[in-house]
Design a protein. Structure first.
Length: 280
């Protein structure tokens, strides 16, 4: 097949497809730009432990790094908003997001404490910060969640999918997660967009907090922006490979959900559930 024919077929599929064309916008946020933004944020929040290219090559720190992050966020937000055709103010986003960074750091310090206290293998808080994939995923999630709350398109999802790629932990930026969040091992964990998690919750590898099924509209299309994922109370432990599904599923405070449990109903506070294999 000649190259001209190949290109013509690609152009036809582009024109007939459902995707918006970046050519219609100034640009779109590139994945590399977003990853650089994440790394600068990590360097700002935990100087010396995370070192972005800005820190190592440009020697930025403190207020200078914060100003660079502000400019990065303005640029990324303007691109994302232009691509989606929204009217969101990039200046408002940057001001509101940066004002939340002290609170985000306070939450992350509590997450470090939860991991250190909850895992006997953790020898120091610094080890948690540097080595634990669960904390790495939580760190990016908490930053992305602030942008999600501000209704910034694209950026929060790119951020959490980067964390997913790096750690195997898939936390949607829209999930609401309380203080002292504990993820051990982490690989295979899924937390859905409308999930609500309380304080002092522990998740082990392979846990899914997902949707039971997708409600369809009159045209057979999935209905979006409805409650699809479970609520988890305070002081709950969910062990490896447990699956909890449904927007009307509530796990009460102080529950223990054993490994490999399949749960689609609510559980009263203080209960312990174990998987019981079927009798032969």
């Amino acid at each position: 097949m000649k190259l001209e024919l190949i290109q013509r077929e690609l152009d036809r599929l582009e024109a007939e497809g459902a995707l918006s064309s970046p050519k219609d916008c100034v640009s779109i946020p590139s994945r590399k730009e977003v990853v650089d933004f994440i790394k600068d944020l990590q360097s700002l929040l935990f100087p010396g432990y995370f070192k972005s290219r800005s820190v190592t090559q440009e020697g930025l720190s403190g207020l200078a790094l914060l100003r660079k992050i502000e400019n990065e966020l303005l640029t990324l937000t303007e691109k994302a908003v232009a691509f989606r055709g929204d009217s969101l103010s990039a200046e408002h986003v940057a001001e509101a997001f940066l004002a939340r960074l002290p609170e985000v750091k306070a939450l992350l310090l509590k997450d470090i404490e939860a991991l250190y206290e909850g895992d006997p293998a953790a020898k120091s808080h610094e080890e948690v910060l540097l080595c634990y994939p669960g904390f790495y995923a939580i760190c990016i999630y908490r930053l992305a969640h602030e942008l999600y709350r501000l209704k910034v398109p694209l950026l929060p999802r790119i951020m959490t999918e980067y964390a997913h790629e790096k750690t195997g932990v898939d936390i949607h930026a829209g999930a609401q997660i309380g203080e002292y969040f504990f993820i051990d091992h982490g690989t295979g964990i899924v937390v859905g967009e409308t999930c609500v998690i309380g304080n002092h919750v522990k998740l082990y590898q392979g846990v899914t907090l997902g949707a039971k099924s997708f409600e369809l509209d009159e045209n057979g299309n999935p209905i979006k922006d409805i409650k699809r994922h479970p609520n988890i109370g305070n002081n709950v432990i969910i062990y490896a490979n447990a699956t909890i599904l449904g927007g009307q599923t509530f796990v009460g405070d102080n529950c223990v959900i054993g490994a490999s449990v399949w749960l689609t109903r609510s559980v009263e506070a203080g209960k312990t559930l174990y998987y019981t294999p079927p009798q032969k």
